[in-house]
Design a protein around this ligand. Structure first.
Ligand SMILES: [Zn+2]
Length: 495
């Protein structure tokens, strides 16, 4: 520490001395070896080899990698009981889709597994994981508000992360009939009312919690929204000057149903409706023309997305667990699409996603030069910032917001390396995170969140999911208990 008094001018000055700093030169990231970053208040003031002016505090990161705060463009903060269950099993008639196994209700407006979860425990657990593993900006997919919509914004403020959110809405909900067949139940008025509610929330909360909370409109899914609702949501987003995001091209079933019913691919339909734009983030966007699983070789979709300037939120971990891959990160990028990264459901470790994204891309393309560490890292920083229209995020540069992640590189896990970014992507994960700074405030220190008890978070979320899983048979068409539908890796010890 160089003393505790405030420097003259715009707030407390903190000097970060970094071993390796991913610094932005105005057009791209560069590696600044043994450099400094000066934070003043909520912003970065100086980046360079040295700084000789007065400071209030010094952070010694001389053996560490200092990177911009990571921007996570697709997160489900609640619903821990769902995806964690769907492993190595699930319905074969859903063509490897994940959420359709656990999300739909049994009968129209029927019971749903998630009713038994402890929402507060779920939100705190996710927020803590996201921050601890390096996500400093989070786009929530609209589902986790409960009775107190503003509660989510307050939690983001308490923790100190950036959150994009409004309550999600849709014209239809998924359900299964008595025979176990999947349907969508349409209630168009509910979708319209949901959009009204989201607009009201956006008007009240955009910029709240000291600017950490921002609004984004979230019609849950292309497949469960009418064209009218999607068009109205896009007009509202344009008018409010906020982004919008939704799930699209997520399942083979959705792709084929759309081509059959609308004579267009999901992306083609969105383009026809005028919903694609620079403020549109396409969640997942896996099944586009030309994907090997859709038997539809006509490849206009990527051009349509690129021409509109829309972004994709790529979440490789959750899909690769079910044998599903984007085809491919490289092909989308080369088509000129702005790629960003999301963690979807679990683990909320965006650094893990970079590794999955790079490796899955190399395998799908049969190309060792595809899925470069550089391009995945760019997607989680500059790509996410562009998707949200934020030139002040995703970069370490004077004038940008002071969102930094400091990673412990003095570890066996990293070992020797030629290049810190390739080492981070292929050897690293969120457990390397030592310190996270958002808006100039440290929210993770020595790998811990001050004031948040990790053991307590884990105990509470385990109690919550155990309770939900205990009700599993009530939602299963054949009333199977969870250990029959999703057998454990090994049988319990006999006797
Ligand atoms: Zn999602």
């Amino acid at each position: 520490m160089n003393g505790t008094e405030k420097a003259a001018g715009g707030g407390r000055r903190i000097l970060v001395k970094g071993g390796w700093i991913v610094a932005y030169d105005g057009s791209e990231h560069r590696i600044l070896k043994d450099g400094v970053v000066l934070i003043e208040g909520d912003s970065i003031r100086h980046v360079g080899r040295s700084y000789d002016g007065k400071t209030d505090a010094v952070i010694d990161a001389s053996r560490d990698l200092v990177i911009p705060g990571l921007i996570n463009t697709h997160v489900h903060l609640g619903s821990q009981a769902g995806d964690r269950m769907v492993l190595d099993a699930g319905r074969r008639d859903l063509f490897r889709s994940g959420f359709l196994n656990h999300w739909p209700a049994k009968g129209i407006r029927g019971p749903n597994l998630f009713a038994f979860e402890d929402l507060e425990a779920s939100l705190r657990y996710s927020f803590a994981s996201l921050a601890k593993f390096g996500s400093t900006t989070i786009v929530e997919m609209g589902g986790e508000f409960g009775e107190d919509p503003a509660g989510l914004a307050r939690l983001a403020g308490e923790l100190g992360v950036r959150l994009y959110t409004t309550p999600g809405f849709a014209s239809a909900s998924h359900y299964y009939d008595q025979g176990g067949r999947h349907h969508r139940h349409w209630e168009e008025a509910a979708g319209e009312a949901g959009l009204d509610k989201a607009i009201g929330f956006a008007e009240r909360h955009d910029g709240s919690e000291g600017g950490l909370v921002r609004a984004i409109l979230v019609p849950y899914e292309f497949w469960t929204c009418t064209p009218e609702l999607m068009k109205r949501a896009k007009r509202a987003a344009d008018k409010l000057k906020i982004p919008m995001t939704f799930h699209v091209a997520e399942s083979v079933i959705e792709f084929h149903d759309t081509v059959l019913q609308r004579g267009a691919t999901p992306i083609g339909a969105l383009a026809d409706w005028g919903v694609l734009g620079a403020n549109t983030i396409l969640g997942h966007c896996l099944y586009t023309g030309g994907h090997s699983q859709v038997a539809y070789p006509f490849r206009d979709d990527l051009r349509l997305i690129a021409e509109a300037g829309a972004s994709v939120a790529h979440c490789p971990a959750v899909f690769s667990r079910r044998g599903v891959a984007l085809e491919s990160f490289e092909r989308y990028r080369e088509a000129g699409i702005n790629m960003s990264i999301g963690t979807d459901s679990y683990p909320q470790d965006i650094l893990d996603e970079l590794k999955y994204g790079a490796v899955v891309c190399k395998v799908t393309d049969h190309n060792h030069e595809a899925g470069k560490a550089r391009d995945l890292f760019n997607a989680a920083t500059l790509g996410g910032a562009k998707a949200l229209g934020r030139a002040d995020l995703g970069r370490i540069a004077p004038g940008a917001k002071a969102d930094l992640v400091i990673l412990d590189f003095d570890r066996l896990r990293i070992g020797p390396f030629l290049d810190p970014i390739k080492a981070l992507v292929h050897c690293g994960n969120g457990e390397l995170v030592k310190q996270v700074i958002v808006n100039g405030r440290t929210i993770v220190e020595n790998g811990r969140i001050p004031g948040w008890d990790e053991r307590e978070l884990v105990a509470k979320i385990r109690a919550s999911t155990d309770r939900a899983w205990g009700h599993f048979a009530e939602f299963h068409m054949k009333a199977e208990p969870i250990d029959v539908a999703y057998p454990a890796a090994f049988r319990p010890w006999a006797g």
